[in-house]
Design a protein. Structure first.
Lengths: 329, 283
């Protein structure tokens, strides 16, 4: 079979004391979608910037479309599209001018770039706003515009760095639709996200990273099976009783109960049995522990993290952040 | 690898055009420059800077300072105009640093760097669009100058040579400004680092007043070193037919023109490659 669209081995990047990437390997076969899942500061953007030729790694090497990102940057650039974490649109230009400019700079002729801009803006639901300055665009519109600009030259490989972070649920679903269309055309996609649900819905394979290292790799089904599907999540009124509650719930859970001290929450796999909710209430009631919130949750990044590393994603993000930022919940 | 991503005909054609494309500075600079000019035209506050400030300066110096600054052998407005045009262009070139840093902050530079375009075109496009805007300031100043009795008394050829030197000065200072922008990276820092050194440079010069009365070290700098003086003097010789060399009036432009050219070329030989190198090394 053909060589992978993206291949990286031993990528290392330090920022002073901070290890942004601590030896990351990855491989994305042609025409597939890799979801890179990790909390704030995990190293997602650093990896994307290295793979898109914007940043030089301290060690390791990577090829994209078969070309070395360090030695053959221009050839790599002529085959990729990048939608960065923060939309890189020129707010004083119109949507159409933004896409046309990127098309021209990618090698398209004048008329060709304009026609592609019309086509893509139409496809992404931006036709009405095409000739307005983008500073009046909503967050979701900017994201779609940024994506349209990345796709203007029909790249073989597209990088999407947290394409839906900060969007409301409706815009998020809209963007998922657009990304699925891109994938359906056979484009290879590497997307980063903090949401397991997003990786689940878009990616063929999920690479979970923490502190610049792989901590899990597999299909969404496998990861979720590892976590145990849906979980029962309990929040207590009095968080000093987390340990008592854990003891009271071991029987109901029929196995391990995870305690997230930071969020004052306990959770355990539901194993597809909604009856466990009632059993949970009874067990806690019997132990005299007041419940603030009880829910059946689909697995989140937090659950994957708890399962894989024994700590919550939010803690991992706090560890990665500078001390002043660490108190953000 | 197969270009499977291009399902539509236009998509396939686009993929075809983009594959292995490598932009040249000639192809990409105009695209970048037009984008920069569009931005300026859509921000009225910049138009104020470009149009109102030069008018204000000409009128203030002509009518407030001019009445108190006697220049032997010159009407003050004749002495002032070539110099104040040079000074305005030097200040105008500091916008290059601001534009560069705004683009870095706005993520557009990252977008450019991930494209197979010419890196030099990002710099060249910026410098060229800034030059175009500065030339608007220049035209405005000449027009206002004519309204307040400034007159070019030399031949068209000489006046055009003066214009060329002023353009060279602008390009040279834009390239210094580009390096400052790439070094400081933040628009706020570019605001101060880009402008602050231009005050001593343009005031310790022959721009506004004769240099003969300055304390010896300042006088030496203003007369012998400062490129803004040399270009102002050359522009005077070539438009109002004379400049002050010390306390004398010199009408031969040769020395001032040569010194101007040496400075302009010298600055560009250092700062143009340096800016392109710094751009390539951005992370
Ligand atoms: N330019 C930089 N200077 C210093 N430290 C940096 C720089 N860029 C990233 N880092 C640090 O490297 C680590 C990885 O950052 P990176 O931006 O790759 O994470 P991320 O997974 O993209 O996070 P987020 O979800 O917040 O975007 C973090 O600890 C971050 O603080
Ligand atoms: Mg990031």
């Amino acid at each position: 079979m053909s060589a992978p669209a993206i291949e990286a081995t031993g990528l290392v990047k330090h920022y002073g004391e901070t290890v942004a990437l601590g030896g990351l390997d990855l491989e994305v076969p042609v025409g597939t979608v890799l979801g890179m899942l990790g909390p704030n500061g995990a190293g997602k953007t650093t990896a994307v910037r290295i793979l898109t030729t914007l940043l030089r790694p301290d060690a390791g090497r990577a090829t994209v479309a078969g070309f070395d990102v360090a030695e053959d940057a221009d050839r790599v650039r002529s085959r990729i599209g990048l939608t960065g974490q923060y939309a890189a649109v020129d707010e004083h230009l119109t949507g159409h001018e933004n896409v046309t400019m990127v098309g021209r700079l990618s090698g398209l002729g004048k008329a060709q770039a304009r026609a592609r801009a019309d086509e893509l803006l139409d496809r992404f639901g931006l036709a009405d706003a095409a000739h307005r300055a983008t500073k009046g665009y909503s967050g979701g519109m900017r994201r779609r515009l940024d994506l349209a600009a990345s796709l203007v030259a029909s790249p073989d490989i597209v990088f999407l760095d947290e394409p839906t972070t900060g969007l409301d649920p409706a815009s998020r679903l809209g963007l998922w639709e657009v990304i699925r269309e891109v994938v359906a055309l056979g484009t290879t996609v590497l997307l980063t996200t903090q949401y397991l649900e997003e990786a689940d819905s878009l990616a063929d394979e999920i690479l979970v990273i923490d502190q610049g290292r792989e901590i899990a790799l597999g299909t969404a089904t496998k990861l979720k099976a590892d976590v145990g599907g849906e979980t029962v999540a309990v929040e207590l009124v009095d968080t000093s009783r987390l340990e008592d509650a854990r003891a009271a719930l071991v029987g109901v859970a029929g196995g391990e109960v995870w305690v997230d001290e930071r969020q004052g929450r306990l959770s355990f796999p539901a194993h597809g049995d909604a009856g466990r909710l009632a059993a949970t209430v009874r067990a806690l009631d019997g132990a005299g522990i007041a419940v603030a919130d009880l829910s059946l949750r689909r697995p989140s990044l937090d659950d994957v993290f708890l399962n894989l590393t024994g700590r919550a994603a939010s803690e991992a993000a706090a560890d990665a952040a500078t001390p002043t930022e660490a108190s953000v919940a | 690898m197969s270009a499977t991503s291009a399902s539509t005909t236009s998509g396939r054609a686009a993929a075809e055009a983009a594959r292995n494309h490598k932009g040249t500075i000639w192809r990409d600079s105009p695209i970048v420059a037009i984008r920069n000019l569009r931005r300026v035209l859509r921000q009225p506050q910049i138009a104020i800077f470009v149009l109102i400030q030069p008018i204000m300066f000409v009128l203030l110096f002509r009518y407030v300072f001019g009445t108190a600054i006697p220049i032997p052998g010159f009407d003050y407005v004749q002495y002032l105009m070539p110099g104040i045009i040079a000074q305005t262009l030097v200040f105008g070139s500091a916008t290059t640093a601001i534009g560069m840093t705004e683009d870095m902050k706005g993520g557009i530079i990252d977008r450019f760097r991930a494209l197979p375009m010419s890196g030099g075109a990002v710099m060249a496009g910026r410098v060229v669009s800034d030059l175009a805007i500065n030339l608007v300031s220049l035209v405005v100043m000449v027009v206002v100058g004519y309204l307040v009795d400034f007159r070019i008394v030399t031949s068209v050829g000489e006046a055009l040579l003066a214009l060329l030197l002023l353009i060279g000065l602008t390009l040279a200072f834009s390239s210094i400004s580009a390096v400052i922008g790439l070094a400081v990276k933040e628009p706020e820092a570019a605001q101060s680092a880009g402008f602050i050194w231009l005050f001593p440079l343009t005031f310790i010069s022959s721009v506004f007043v004769p240099t003969a009365g300055m304390p010896a070290p300042l006088r030496f700098f203003a007369e012998q070193v400062n490129p803004v003086s040399h270009v102002s003097n050359a522009a005077r010789a070539l438009t109002v037919d004379g400049y002050l060399c010390g306390t004398e009036i010199c009408t031969d432009p040769t020395r001032a023109v040569l010194l101007s050219v040496v400075w302009i070329v010298g600055i560009m030989v250092i700062f143009v490659p340096l800016s392109i190198r710094m751009f390539r090394r951005l992370e």
